[in-house]
Design a protein around this ligand. Structure first.
Ligand SMILES: NC(=O)c1ccc[n+]([C@@H]2O[C@H](COP(=O)([O-])OP(=O)(O)OC[C@H]3O[C@@H](n4cnc5c(N)ncnc54)[C@H](O)[C@@H]3O)[C@@H](O)[C@H]2O)c1
Length: 314
C-alpha cells in the first residue's frame, strides 16, 4: 500500500514508518522537523520537508497520491497549547484540515488520525473511559484533537473516504523526546541516567494510561489492514500513578527510591485511563507489552544514548 505518514520523523511516526517499510508498504514522510529528527527517516522512504499548514503539504500529498494517510504531525505539548493557543490551533486544526482536504483531493481511500484519549474526555469518574463518553477537553490541545476528529468525519463523508481516529493513551518508548514536558517516561529515564534533578508535579497520585509505542504501531497497522473506520481508544485500560511509574523507572535506572515533588501544575487532569474493549473487538488488537517490559526497553535506549555521549573521543 502507498502510505503517507505526516510527522514520520517523530517518535511514533518513525516507529510506524519502519514497520510499514518492513511489511513492504511504499512510504512517504511529510515533516517540518520542528521536533522530528533526520536520522529517524529511513532511506527507503520518500521525504517532503514542509509544514502541514503550508500549500506545499497539499502539493506533496497530490504528487504522492497515497492510498492511506496516517496523520501524526502536530504540536504535541498540552502546556504549550495553553500558553500559545493560536499556534496550537494553527498546526493542529488548520494543518489537519489542510491534510484532510489534500488527501480527499488526491483520491486517498483512508485517513488515520492521531487523536488523544488522555485529553479529549477531560476529568471524569468513568474509568476506564469508553469512546462514547462525552468530551470536555481541558486544553486547547484536547479541543483541537476533538476538532480534528470532527473535520475528519466530515471530509470523509463528503468524499467517500474512510476516516479513523485513534485516541492514544500516554505513548512511551525509545526515541521519545526527553526535553520539554511531554513524555514523562523519557524525561525520567533520561534524567536518572544523567544524574539530573527530577521532580514529580504535585502529589504524584495523578494517573495515566501508559501504552508502549510498538502496540500503537500495531493498532495503526490493524486499521490499515482492516479498513475499520470510526473512533478507537488505544491504550491498556490500566491506570498508573506518576508515583508508581517513577518507582518502576527508578528501580530500572538506578535512581533514589523516592522522588522530590514540586507544585502541582494548574489545570492538570487528575485521572486518565481509557477503555479499549472496542479496539479489541473490532480491530482484533490487544496491547502486548507490559509496563515493566516497555520501561525496560525504553531505559535500555536512554542508557545506550547516555553511554554513547560519554565515550572518550578517539
Ligand atoms: N506521544 C503521546 O503520548 C501521544 C498521545 C496522544 C496523541 N499523540 C499524537 O501522536 C502524534 C505523534 O506524536 P509523537 O509523540 O510522535 O510526537 P513527536 O513530536 O515526536 O512527532 C511529531 C512529528 O510531527 C512533526 N511536526 C510537528 N509540527 C509539524 C508541522 N506543522 N508540519 C509538519 N510536521 C510537523 C515533528 O517534526 C515530529 O516529527 C501527534 O499527533 C500527537 O498529538 C501522541
Amino acid at each position: 500500500m502507498r502510505v503517507l505518514v505526516t510527522g514520520g520523523a517523530g517518535f511514533i511516526g518513525s516507529h510506524l514508518t519502519e514497520e510499514l517499510l518492513r511489511r513492504g508498504d511504499t512510504v512517504a514522510i511529510l515533516d517540518d522537523f520542528s521536533s522530528g529528527k533526520r536520522e529517524h527517516v529511513p532511506q527507503e522512504a520518500t521525504l517532503s520537508t514542509c509544514s502541514i499548514v503550508e500549500p506545499a503539504a497539499r502539493d506533496a500529498i497530490l504528487a504522492f497520491k497515497p492510498e492511506a494517510v496516517v496523520h501524526l504531525a502536530a504540536q504535541i505539548d498540552v502546556r504549550q497549547s495553553m500558553e500559545h493557543p493560536l499556534n496550537d490551533t494553527t498546526i493542529n486544526v488548520l494543518g489537519t484540515v489542510n491534510v484532510l482536504t489534500a488527501a480527499a483531493e488526491a483520491g486517498t481511500r483512508h485517513v488515520i488520525f492521531a487523536s488523544s484519549g488522555g485529553t479529549v474526555y477531560g476529568d471524569t469518574d468513568v474509568i476506564p473511559t469508553p469512546e462514547d463518553h462525552p468530551n470536555f477537553p481541558l486544553s486547547f490541545y484536547g479541543a483541537a484533537k476533538r476538532s480534528g476528529e470532527l473535520y475528519g468525519m466530515m471530509v470523509a463523508a463528503q468524499h467517500n473516504m474512510r476516516f479513523t481516529a485513534l485516541r492514544y493513551g500516554n505513548v512511551y518508548g525509545p526515541r521519545q523526546d526527553p526535553h520539554g514536558e511531554a513524555g514523562v517516561v523519557a524525561i525520567f529515564c533520561s534524567r536518572l541516567f544523567k544524574h539530573e534533578p527530577l521532580a514529580i508535579h504535585g502529589d504524584g497520585k495523578q494517573t495515566r494510561d501508559y501504552v508502549f509505542v510498538t502496540d500503537v504501531v500495531a493498532a495503526n497497522c490493524s486499521v490499515l489492514d482492516s479498513g475499520a473506520a470510526g473512533i478507537f481508544n488505544i491504550g491498556t485500560g490500566l491506570e498508573t500513578s506518576v508515583n508508581e511509574l517513577y518507582a518502576v523507572i527508578a528501580k530500572r535506572c538506578g535512581g533514589p527510591e523516592k522522588a522530590a515533588h514540586d507544585a502541582a501544575k494548574p489545570g492538570e487532569q487528575r485521572r486518565s485511563c481509557i477503555d479499549i474493549a472496542h479496539a479489541r473487538k473490532v480491530l482484533h488488537w490487544t496491547p502486548q507489552v507490559s509496563l515493566a517490559e516497555g520501561i525496560d526497553a525504553t531505559a535500555a535506549f536512554f542508557q545506550m544514548k547516555h553511554d554513547l555521549s560519554h565515550q572518550p573521543a578517539h
